[in-house]
Design a protein around this ligand. Structure first.
Ligand code: ADP
Ligand code: ZN
Length: 723
């Protein structure tokens, strides 16, 4: 049995390196672990990939007794236990997939005190026969804690309610001196509260990490005739696995077939396939036998493949929350990954139609609201991250530099006159036609239907020949999205004028349209690697695959992608150098060190590579454009001067500084905003508790500028995420 932490390891960091090979803790990990070690309850809210598991795995190794992990994801238990064993950690699981003999055998090992971590499904934990076993285990070996994974399952307000989870409060009552940790990736306050109450946690410390996933690049592309080619290009360029989500089984089958024909190793996954086929396809994906899974939303729960490089939604996601969860399956290893939505208005009509079919009016309303939020996201011209995080109640200053809108800001143009033409055409057509017809009239189409209806006689006929049908569509959608025209929703969308439309027609409102840039290829490959690094990386990947297959485990359990990439960059030539790579713990050094070092040495000798000086591990935290602003600012230039020098708008420069403050760069806020004003703004940000600047600005009144608010917001964010 292992001795207490203090005697065996000088610090938690040294234990982390020893067992898991990592050099530092992420986010709240250290604080969470300390809480558990102090025998206190806690709730841990971290986004997918944040590193929740480590929060209970590490303390289990530092305490006497067994850590009991309750998880509803039976399919995952095997994987988690394999991964732990590969790090030399004694773990096991009990669930319905085992025979009675296997169960007895594992129970015996537990009572012998040779196991540190036990994964168990809630049904088993709560069964009558298990309870006495647990008490015996406590007496004989001790219990170091309970970890309740996917804890949102206790809440009806979560997305995955499981009634049996409600019974788990019995644990708290029966094992009063065993600390309990609840973990979830669900962010809403309502669910958090439910978890603490339902599990009867004792004065829990609540840790809520930021939901920002900085390594994910978000983008929305039009689903037009170039979309498929673009997707294909993305998958070919990607250096790893991809998941493509579609709305229906039929679309999944079609797309998977088409990708296969085009040379992509892709498999389908949906509820229409047999259990065996589904399991097999998932298995092949996890083991890197195929690169791509094309799936309905049935796929995902229970996938913790860390090296997914692309999650594409080929059809519109249902809700913003589900989008966050699904896209969140990309890049769990912290390496750059892409999240793309292909967006078409055809999908919107389809979803609207599906919503109309719902019997319950309340359900319809909720679904409509959710659809509107997704549309806001898809159509928006502001930072995509800001929209997502504001949905979770997190104020993010924008200018993330890792989304299409920040990278390629869409210029706004004044299209008031075109809007007037468009709206008066709607009026002339007596508000009885849809967008396509209005555009035909504007562009002077000779279609039979136009002539039959005598719409070629209207005063607006042909007044819009100067713009293409695409441009008119862009305007029409933008008017709809901005609420400047209405559309009926009974399945046959007809355009209607509303109060705002009349304001535009009366020249009381002007209309601005964001002009998207044309679809163009986006690079999904990973950060620059030299030819040699890439060559070595390829060899290391196939070595990893071979070792994994020999042991019947997924390749990422041997080493994660980020660990392999470091090896390829740093080219460790000895075992001790190898042990310094992040992700190489003692056990893995023993098990794999020699063969990897040999492979690297052989490669370097063949290619005549001199081992390079270690490259910095981390990508630069500051983007190029912001770095330029920072440089000028630190050289003493004023904001206006920087704007002029860089040919950017002043607000853009303010955005850069806000983001730099948020990233913790050394900028003195006092030079930008006088301290008394900071205090007032800070107060307003707290009181309004809104991610939207205009709410804060309304609160403060016109004495305060948006610029000042943004700067203070950036600084505040920086402090909160660093404290
Ligand atoms: P979650 O359960 O929150 O979705 P995981 O626990 O599966 O996330 O962790 C995601 C990935 O991050 C795993 O590959 C894990 O090994 C890695 N990880 C966790 N903590 C650290 C750390 N401190 N340093 C580096 N990698 C880490
Ligand atoms: Zn952004």
């Amino acid at each position: 049995m292992s001795a207490p932490a203090s005697t065996q390891f000088p610090s938690l960091e040294s234990a982390l390196k020893h067992f898991f090979g990592y050099d530092e803790f992420r986010l709240d990990q250290r604080a969470v672990i300390e809480t558990l070690l102090r025998h206190q309850d806690c709730l841990v809210v971290m986004p997918t990939g944040g590193g929740k598991s480590l929060c209970y795995q590490l303390p289990s190794l530092l305490r006497l007794g067994v850590m009991v992990v309750v998880s509803p994801l039976i399919a995952l238990m095997q994987d988690q236990v394999d991964a732990l064993r590969n790090n030399g950690v004694a773990a096991t699981f009990l669930n319905s997939s085992l025979s009675l003999t296997e169960v007895r055998e594992r129970e015996k090992q537990l009572l012998d005190g040779t196991i540190k971590l036990l994964y168990v499904a809630p049904e088993r934990l709560l069964s009558e026969s298990f309870w006495p076993f647990l008490s015996r285990l406590q007496q004989q070996v001790g219990l170091s804690g309970f970890a309740i994974d996917e804890a949102h399952c206790v809440s009806e307000w979560g997305h995955d309610f499981r009634p049996e989870y409600r019974q788990l409060h019995r644990l708290r009552a029966s094992f009063t001196d065993v600390p309990m940790m609840a973990l979830t990736a669900t962010a809403t306050a309502r669910v958090r509260e439910d978890i603490c109450n339902q599990l009867a946690l004792q004065k829990p410390t609540v840790f809520v990490a930021s939901f920002n996933r900085p390594n994910l690049y978000y983008e929305v592309l039009p689903k037009d005739r170039h979309a498929y080619a673009h997707l294909l290009g993305q998958l070919k360029a990607a250096t790893g696995a991809g998941i493509v989500y579609c709305i229906s089984r039929k679309r999944v089958e079609e797309l998977a077939g088409r990708l296969q024909q085009d040379g992509i190793a892709a498999l389908p996954y949906h509820a229409g396939l047999s259990d065996d086929t589904r399991r097999e396809n998932q298995h092949r994906f996890i083991r890197d036998d195929v690169q791509v899974i094309v799936a309905t939303i049935a796929f995902g729960m229970g996938i913790n493949k860390p090296d997914v490089r692309l999650v594409a939604h080929y059809d519109l996601p249902r809700t913003l929350e589900s989008y966050y969860q699904e896209s969140g399956r990309a890049g769990r290893d912290g390496e750059p990954a892409h999240c793309t939505v292909y967006f078409s208005y055809g999908d919107v009509s389809l979803i609207n139609y599906i919503i109309e079919q719902k019997a319950d009016e309340q359900e319809q309303n909720i679904a409509r609201q959710q659809l509107r939020q997704v549309l806001d996201y898809a159509e928006s011209t502001v930072c995509r991250r800001q929209i997502q995080l504001s949905y979770f109640g997190e104020a993010f200053p924008g200018q993330c530099d890792r989304c299409d809108n920040c990278r390629h800001p869409k210029p706004l143009e004044d299209w008031t006159i075109d809007a007037q033409k468009f709206l008066s055409c709607v009026a002339r057509c007596r508000e009885r036609f849809g967008m396509a017809h209005i555009i035909d009239v504007l562009r002077g189409s000779q279609k039979k239907r136009i002539l039959q209806l005598q719409h070629d006689q209207l005063s607006t006929y042909g007044i819009g020949k100067d713009r293409s049908a695409e441009e008119w569509k862009l305007l029409g959608r933008s008017l709809l999205h901005q609420g400047l025209v209405a559309e009926t929703t009974d399945g046959f969308p007809v355009l209607k004028l509303n109060t705002a439309s009349w304001q535009v027609l009366r020249k009381q409102l002007s209309v601005e349209v964001a002009i998207p840039e044309n679809l163009k290829g986006v690079d999904t490959s990973s950060p620059e690697t030299s030819g040699e690094t890439a060559g070595l990386l390829a060899q290391l990947r196939s070595l990893r695959k071979r070792l994994a297959d020999e042991q019947g485990i997924p390749p990422y359990i041997v080493f994660t992608e980020s660990t392999l990439r470091q090896m390829a960059q740093k080219m460790p030539r000895s075992r001790s150098q190898f042990g310094r790579i992040s992700g190489v713990g003692n056990r893995k050094l023993e098990q794999y060190g020699q063969i990897f070092v040999d492979t690297i040495n052989t490669y370097c000798e063949e290619k005549g590579v001199q081992t390079t000086t270690p490259v910095s591990d981390r990508p630069p935290t500051v983007s190029n454009t912001r770095a330029q602003t920072l440089e000028l600012y630190q050289a003493g230039h004023s904001l206006d001067e920087i704007a002029q020098a860089r040919n950017l708008r002043r607000t853009t420069i303010v955005g850069h500084l806000s983001a730099l403050l948020a990233a913790g760069e050394a900028i003195d806020l006092n030079d930008l905003v006088p301290p008394e004003r900071q205090a007032t703004i800070r107060q307003a940000l707290e009181n309004t508790d809104s991610p939207y600047l205009n709410a804060v600005r309304d609160y403060l009144g016109s004495d305060y500028s948006y610029d000042e608010i943004r700067l203070v917001q950036g600084a505040l964010y920086g402090q909160q995420t660093r404290s």
